[in-house]
Design a protein around this ligand. Structure first.
Ligand code: TNX
Length: 504
């Protein structure tokens, strides 16, 4: 943003309590560190990854501070006023994603056992600077950070958001921006819902019409769009650099009208249905008895696996109301073996728990706790996305201009006050990989629509996924969240300024 954000940058630096997600442990002290125009970012040791994290930090601080912030390596004592990043692989208390941040008057020291932890420490540091740090043009400062120590690590390994790019397509630039915002709040899984009845959004070389025909429209009949494989690789690399795994979803055997419209040979009657721009669900199905169906699945899974460095491929499996129940079970088991044959683990919506699951598969709970329990009973793990809490496409109130209502209204408070370990009886903490907040985009057309539905609710889910449940209360959270209003504004996010939150 071009605007001078004024006094926001001048007051006392943000207290440790404002950080979202709330860190595991913090010991604030009186006083502040001031980032000087001559400050350096120093990397101890020889890790290329640590250097890369330091460069990302410098790049995020340069536009608003206007400082040079050179990134250098050093063995000795860093010059006073530096920000030092150090990998300390022996520190078991930091685990894979944890970090320790020490802010002293003469310098800031960030240590972590792994690069991901260093990265999360830098995100905390960004939040400890005044909100104007997020602006893209030079702001007045001063750039102070409260003194003290933070020791932090996440509760869950899976801290996700989902964007449905099938109902309405959202392009590469928009997805990159979402990745930046996710990273600021320590989210680490971006699930892209790449296909549905209304659109197929990823180029598949062996079946080119999926994208060129199936991707040519959207809900409401708009122009649609799709990612080339090159676009998609760009997204994956951008995400990976920020410790976010992209989890691609191709929904099957239902939600496939766009695929059938592209290749009539996939339909049981051999006829391509017309493209679809409505918002009904459950009317389309792959032809379970056709051998061609499995060649199609194998081709798509192979190409997706090649584009995906992470371990998971999402195969949908939800709302297959037009697939015969017994055929559904056989189909999902076959799909699971195809996914595994390409070296990946299968993730699917909770309905997959009706079939026999391999223990490496994961069910995503959205509606029926009994299905989550059945997944766990088979040794599979669960990702928690209970619709009335975690669905970002539900309206906040009856007055919300966009959003759906089938799971009820979801206020900012509703979205914050839940715990993954108590949603489904029989599904315990150790059965849960983590939390994911999905945004379905039947009504979310523009970037502003996406911002409005995601923010600020996504911050609550980030905290639920990262921070211990004990010690979180809505009463404290609403005050902490209020301090993120100017921060989100500086980043150009058009969030919903809910009256539940005492925004300043
Ligand atoms: C249900 S949740 C769906 C989606 C819709 C969404 C709208 C799930 C696995 N399927 O197809 O977009 O509701 O909220």
């Amino acid at each position: 943003m071009g605007a001078d954000l004024g006094p926001a940058a001048q007051g006392p630096p943000p207290g440790f309590a404002t950080v979202i997600p709330q860190p595991l442990a913090q010991a604030p002290e009186r006083g502040a560190f001031t980032l000087q125009p001559s400050a350096r970012i120093v990397v101890r040791g020889t890790s290329a990854e640590a250097l890369r994290v330091a460069r990302l930090l410098a790049a995020s601080l340069r536009p608003s501070t206007g400082y040079r912030l050179p990134v250098t390596r050093s063995r000795g004592t860093p010059p006073a006023g530096s920000i030092t990043l150090a990998l300390t692989p022996g520190d078991r208390s930091l685990a894979v994603e944890g970090y320790r941040l020490v802010v002293a008057r003469d310098g800031v020291t960030l240590s972590a056992a792994r690069p991901a932890g260093l990265f999360y420490g830098t995100q905390t540091m960004r939040q400890l600077l005044p909100a104007a740090i997020g602006a893209t043009t030079r702001q007045p400062g001063p750039w102070r950070i409260s003194l003290g120590t933070i020791h932090d690590r996440p509760r869950f390994a899976w801290r996700g958001a989902m964007l449905d790019v099938a109902r309405h397509f959202h392009g590469v630039a928009e997805v990159k921006r979402l990745i930046d915002l996710m990273a600021l709040y320590k989210l680490n899984r971006l699930h892209l819902h790449l296909s549905d009845d209304q659109g197929w959004r990823i180029a598949i070389r062996s079946w080119p019409r999926l994208a060129t025909v199936g991707g040519s429209t959207a809900v409401g009949g708009g122009p649609g769009g799709y990612y080339t494989q090159r676009d998609y690789r760009t997204i994956v690399a951008y995400a990976r650099a920020r410790f976010v795994d992209v989890v691609p979803e191709i929904d099957m055997p239902g939600h496939v009208n766009a695929a059938l419209a592209s290749y009539g040979t996939l339909a049981c009657d051999g006829k391509a249905p017309p493209l679809y721009g409505g918002i009904e669900v459950g009317f389309s199905s792959l032809c379970i008895s056709k051998p061609l169906t499995y060649r199609f699945v194998d081709d798509v899974v192979r190409e997706l696996a090649a584009l995906t460095p992470g371990p998971y491929l999402h195969v949908g499996g939800d709302e297959a109301h037009s697939t015969h129940a017994a055929e559904y079970l056989a189909f999902m088991e076959r799909v699971e073996s195809i996914v595994r044959s390409h070296g990946k683990r299968m993730l699917g919506w909770e309905e997959i728990a009706r079939s026999t699951l391999h223990r490496t598969s994961v069910a995503q709970h959205w509606h029926d706790p009994e299905l989550a329990r059945r997944a766990v009973a088979q040794g599979a793990k669960v990702v928690m996305s209970p619709a009335p809490k975690a669905y970002l496409d539900m309206k906040y109130t009856a007055r919300s201009p966009v959003g759906l209502t089938w799971a009820g209204f979801t206020s900012v408070r509703d979205a914050y006050t839940w715990d993954p370990a108590t949603r489904a009886p029989g599904v315990r903490e150790r059965d849960i990989l983590g939390v994911e907040a999905p945004l379905w985009t039947e009504t979310a057309v523009t970037r502003a629509d996406v911002d409005y539905l995601m923010f600020p609710r996504l911050l609550g889910h980030a905290e639920i996924a990262w921070s211990p449940a004990a010690g979180r209360t809505w009463q404290r959270y609403r005050w902490r969240l209020a301090t993120h209003g100017p921060r989100l504004r500086a980043l150009g996010v058009s969030f919903y300024a809910s009256p539940e939150v005492p925004w300043r």
